[in-house]
Design a protein around this ligand. Structure first.
Ligand code: F6P
Length: 546
């Protein structure tokens, strides 16, 4: 049975949310805290090593129950079962969406059609483990007998962003293998990466679900040509492996079947780091850490599947997005990790969230008449405080912000960590409370300025506050907790898609420009046009060609 396909704005809950919105939209968060002394406890979820405090959001208990009513009216429960049970919920591509199966335990049974996919998942995991161990332990040698020192992941989109983000985020746990990522078709990218590499000691992991992606194939071909300048053809077997669903094309590229790590079409690119696409993660961190990442994600899966919505972290955080996006008309959400390790986290989530929910056609094939996918952006704190926080504090836009922090630092420098975390706490407090006219006046009077200067400065120094934030405080950044955090956002994406009545797992929007680029490339190569371009595009092409 297909997912329910109801326009959310036609539900009873939506109408009730609308009138509730008029009631509470102007209430200041400070007042909400004053009205309910238990607010912080009531609007917090403690789960495992996660402390998720969403009390600094512009909601009341009633908002939450109405949002949950909305989820119930739209059969979220049933959709969650379908998601985990391998139903074809990616209808437009005719596929199941089963990245959760990649981290399920061995005794799970998950069927796609009549096939239980779990034995296949464990077969590939065993292959990843054996290969990882042999490279890390130095048993898998380069063609000339030297040990592998460097790994180059060649892929783009989901075949790059996930592994790159995880390896960077968990670099504290890394082994001796240097890991590099080549993604952009810009030739300068791969050339910068390979310029200091020794082909004798480098392993190239070509990652492409389809093995048709222009960027990845161009980079793989150019890098293989570079490799063959100094190495014989037989050496390719020791130095090139691939991850793909398209076994035939990989073989045509010249990679032996035993060096192919297969993946299934029910793994979406942007959710694929748990599959063989995570080979570079396993190589860089060791297989045990890869397994811990998977087990963390599986714990979040269990939490999501089995927790009532009022205590369910992905459900609550997704409903908050709906609340701001569809009632407050907020257009974007910021994600601010207070750890430099999660430097690439927002970039990674941009693909996950925007490629999934950037859709304007609903599950009935009709154009939606309400807002869907939000813009996602962010950078680690405290750096971002010195970059764009001005706009969040005093700009004209409402930007709900996730603050991700960790109780323990990895290197254990308490002095620095206290400074970092005091900023983490201070920012959410400042964003909520702001600074009133009275407070500003008191401060200005204390600084002995003339009344004229005080009156001039006053409006600029006021902060209205009432800026919503969600604090996600985790004990420590580990492979397991990162697995949980990524899975939390994956399920948040799913819930949003269900409520917005869109298909979250296709990405047709990336096709149009890709196809046109192919045509233009042919034109650039042949020197003659095959299509009529608009005058702007034509002039630009002419300027490039001259
Ligand atoms: O950007 C579109 C997309 O299909 C992504 O969804 C995917 O992660 C990426 O291209 C790479 O695709 P592939 O792994 O097939 O090379």
């Amino acid at each position: 049975m297909a997912l329910k396909a109801t326009n959310p704005t036609n539900t009873n809950a939506w109408s009730r949310l609308q009138s509730h919105f008029s009631d509470i939209k102007d209430i200041h968060l400070k007042e909400l805290f004053k009205n309910n002394p238990k607010r912080a406890e009531e609007l917090t979820v403690l789960w495992d090593d996660f402390y998720v405090d969403y009390s600094k959001n512009r909601i009341t208990n009633k908002t939450l129950s109405l949002l949950i009513e909305l989820a119930n009216e739209l059969n979220l429960d049933d959709a969650i079962s379908k998601y985990f049970e391998g139903d074809i919920i990616n209808k437009t591509e005719g596929r199941a969406v089963l990245h959760t199966a990649l981290r399920a335990p061995k005794d799970a049974e998950i069927f796609v059609g009549s096939e239980d996919v779990i034995p296949g998942v464990f077969e590939v995991k065993a292959k990843i483990k054996t290969f990882t161990d042999s490279v890390v332990n130095g048993l898998h040698k380069g063609y000339s007998g030297k040990q592998i020192t460097d790994i180059v992941n060649i892929g783009i989109g989901g075949s790059d962003l996930g592994p790159a983000m995880v390896v960077d985020s968990l670099q504290y746990y890394k082994n001796h293998l240097e890991t590099h990522f080549v993604s952009n078709v810009d030739g300068d990218h791969y050339q910068e990466v390979i310029k200091n590499l020794n082909p004798e000691t480098t392993l190239f992991v070509i990652v492409s679900k389809t093995f048709t992606t222009q960027e990845t194939l161009s980079n793989a071909n150019s890098i293989r040509d570079w490799f063959l300048q100094t190495m014989p053809k037989q050496a390719v077997a020791n130095h090139f492996v691939a991850v793909s669903t398209n076994i035939n094309s990989v073989k045509e590229f010249g990679i032996d079947e035993e060096n192919i790590f297969p993946m299934k079409d029910w793994v979406g690119g942007r959710f694929s780091l748990w599959s063989a696409v995570g080979l570079s993660i396993s190589l860089a961190l060791g297989y045990d850490n890869f397994e811990k990442l998977l087990s963390g994600a599986n714990k979040m899966d269990e939490h999501f599947k089995s927790t009532t919505f009022d205590k369910n972290i992905p459900v609550i955080t997704a409903l908050l997005t709906i609340w701001y996006n569809n009632f407050f008309n907020a257009e974007s959400e910021a994600i601010i990790p207070y750890t430099q390790y999660l430097n690439q986290f927002a970039t990674y989530l941009q693909q996950g969230i925007m490629e999934s929910n950037g859709k304007r056609i609903d599950r009935n094939g009709n154009a939606v008449d309400y807002q869907t996918g939000t813009l996602i952006w962010g950078e680690p704190g405290t750096n971002s405080q010195h970059a764009f926080f001005q706009l969040i504090h005093q700009g004209t836009k409402l930007i709900p912000t996730d603050f991700i922090g960790f109780v323990d630092s990895l290197h254990g420098n308490k002095d620095h960590h206290d400074k970092l975390m005091s900023n983490y706490f201070a920012q959410t407090e400042a964003l909520m409370n702001g600074k009133t006219e009275r407070e500003v006046l008191e401060e200005l009077h204390a600084s002995n300025l003339s009344d004229e200067v005080i009156n001039m400065l006053l409006p600029f120094k006021i902060f209205e506050g009432n800026k919503p934030t969600t604090s996600i405080l985790i004990q420590k950044l580990t492979p397991e907790s990162l697995g949980k955090l990524i899975a939390m956002y994956e399920h948040k994406i799913f819930v949003q898609g269900i409520i917005w009545n869109i298909f979250s797992y296709d990405q047709f929007g990336v096709e149009l420009g890709k196809k046109l680029a192919k045509t233009i490339l042919e034109e650039l190569n042949s020197g003659s046009n095959t299509v009529n371009h608009d005058s702007s595009t034509q002039n630009l092409i002419d300027f490039y060609n001259k």
